[in-house]
Design a protein around this ligand. Structure first.
Ligand SMILES: Cc1cc2nc3c(=O)[nH]c(=O)nc-3n(C[C@H](O)[C@H](O)[C@H](O)COP(=O)(O)OP(=O)(O)OC[C@H]3O[C@@H](n4cnc5c(N)ncnc54)[C@H](O)[C@@H]3O)c2cc1C
Length: 478
């Protein structure tokens, strides 16, 4: 019997696992996908929000501000890309100034530091590509950007290194209450545990409602994006928000930590919790709305589009607590934006609940640091030459757009919770994330996966399941 089973290896489940690994505990994360970071945590804006959006006094506001404060230190400990680039909320008319002032006041009450309202000249001095129609803006220097994949993967890897087990392709299907715990029925058999952490993203209501009479409802709220090439990455240097509306924070324009420009998201409630397709209408909305705040956006530089689903709980609040009518079941539900920002604080909160409940002792072997995949571009020419001499795979460029070497891909596959598919490699190394969107490097990456994992080419998938890349040989059909 496990002490704890966490359902979901997104950023909430992985942060909880990492914090839990500070203690002596027999714990496991189960994930229905083939890899970590396969749900909402892989498809979002990657913004580390300052914390002026969430309602004063809410758990969302508290964990947002705490998570924001923790992110820089965590990025150093776990070696993932983070940049405090600051953010601006653009106000286009004098009539909207009360709304901007409201955001400022809320931010101050939430404990956000360094907030400032800037006038038109000050805004344009910071960001010359903001529309000339700007009237004022709320400036939050503490806003930042993070690589969502690297954050999620780093948390999970570190949790795993510190003793937390991860079971992939393991889908929780039902939960049965037993004496002293639960049985989780999965497609891989039954799993017994004393405690459950429900971090199943848009499906968290399903598991909550299996064990509790106090039902909750989570709606998938879709956000669509365009991602622009690195040639457009300097169009703005801060994250540019519109004034928020009743469906959320509106369409933003922001550089990414890797130097692209991200534009989006939309906000539409949908019935299908797997509905991550993009639509013509959605992308038109993104393009139309983004140009209201930022001028001359080079939309011809779009290299891909994607969408993600917010886990919108009816009361727009994070639910992180042990259920009154189902002791031992801990919700980590309704984790919509700013869930990524809040994740370090979410992890701490979940682990603190469990520490108290299970009376956990500290793990004397806990190692809080982890080294990311070596990026040869960060080395001097001499260092790089030396590396290639020692490990020639670092001299073999596989992804020409992002300049990713075979050495980095091998590292991504061999490390703890390593990549098993093309998307797994992509999210760990960026091979396939560039301008040609894996057109050139896919077959080469597949060969490396085939060799490293001792698989047949027919078994290589894009993202696990039945997403096989090779379905047959052309010569067989001749
Ligand atoms: C459009 C959009 C933009 C956003 N932008 C930002 C932003 O800029 N900044 C910010 O802070 N936040 C942002 N967010 C919010 C943030 O992305 C989420 O709050 C966060 O990723 C949620 O993480 P999670 O781990 O709770 O959920 P998920 O990442 O969805 O993880 C849940 C996991 O549970 C697994 N799972 C589900 N059912 C089962 C089952 N039956 N058995 C086993 N496993 C299961 C899933 O496969 C998934 O991996 C945004 C969200 C969206 C959609």
């Amino acid at each position: 019997m496990y002490d704890v089973v966490i359902i979901g290896a997104g950023v909430s489940g992985s942060a909880s696992a990492r914090e839990l690994s500070r203690y002596k505990v027999n714990a496991c994360v189960i994930e229905k996908a083939e890899d970590v970071c396969s749900g909402t945590s892989k498809a979002n804006s990657g913004i580390v929000h300052a914390g002026f959006d969430a309602n004063e006094g809410s758990l969302m506001a508290k964990l947002n501000v705490e998570g924001n404060l923790m992110m820089e230190e965590l990025s150093k400990e776990l070696d993932f890309p983070f940049k405090k680039n600051g953010s601006l909320v653009i106000c286009l008319s004098k009539d909207d100034m009360p709304k901007l002032q409201e955001l400022y006041d809320r931010g101050i009450k939430n404990g956000v530091k360094e907030l400032k309202i800037l006038n038109k000249e000050e805004v344009l001095e910071l960001e010359p590509n903001i529309t000339d129609d700007v009237y004022a803006a709320l400036y939050a220097p503490t806003g930042g950007i993070v690589c969502p994949f690297s954050l999620n993967i780093a948390l999970a890897e570190n949790a795993n290194t510190n003793g937390i087990e991860f079971k992939f392709n393991t889908e929780a299907q039902d939960i049965e209450k037993i004496d002293g715990g639960f049985i989780i029925k999965t497609n891989q058999g039954d799993i017994k545990t004393k405690y459950i952490v429900n971090a199943a993203g848009v499906y968290a209501d399903k598991f909550h409602n299996m064990v509790s009479e106090n039902k909750i409802n989570i709606t998938a709220r879709k956000g669509e994006y365009c991602l622009l090439d690195k040639t457009a990455g300097n169009h703005v240097s801060r994250t540019i928000f519109a004034l928020p509306g009743k469906m959320g924070k509106g369409v933003l324009v922001s550089p990414t930590v890797h130097g692209n420009l991200i534009v989006g998201p939309t906000s539409t409630d949908i019935d299908d919790k797997e509905g991550v397709n993009t639509t013509r209408e959605g992308l038109d909305t993104v393009i139309g709305k983004s140009s209201m705040n930022v001028k001359n956006l080079p939309m011809r530089q779009v290299i891909t589009s994607f969408s993600g689903l917010r886990a919108h709980e009816d009361h727009h609040e994070f639910i992180i607590e042990e259920l009154e009518d189902a002791k031992g079941f801990i919700d980590c539900a309704g984790i919509e934006s700013p869930g990524l920002t809040s994740s370090p604080a979410i992890g701490k909160m979940v682990a603190n609940i469990l520490k108290e409940k299970l009376n956990l002792e500290e793990n004397p072997n806990f190692v809080g640091t982890r080294k990311g995949i070596l990026d040869p571009n960060t080395l001097s020419l001499e260092e790089r030459n030396q590396l290639i001499k020692e490990q020639p795979a670092y001299g073999n460029i596989i992804c020409r757009c992002e300049m990713i070497t075979e050495g980095e891909i091998i590292d991504a596959i061999r490390r703890p919770l390593g990549a098993k598919s093309l998307d797994g490699v992509k999210r760990r190394t960026r091979a396939g994330m560039g301008r040609c969107q894996a057109g050139f490097c896919s077959p080469k990456t597949m060969e490396i996966l085939e060799r490293e994992l001792n698989l047949s080419m027919f078994d290589i998938t894009k993202a696990g399941g039945d997403s096989n890349m090779v379905l047959g040989l052309i010569k067989d059909s001749i």
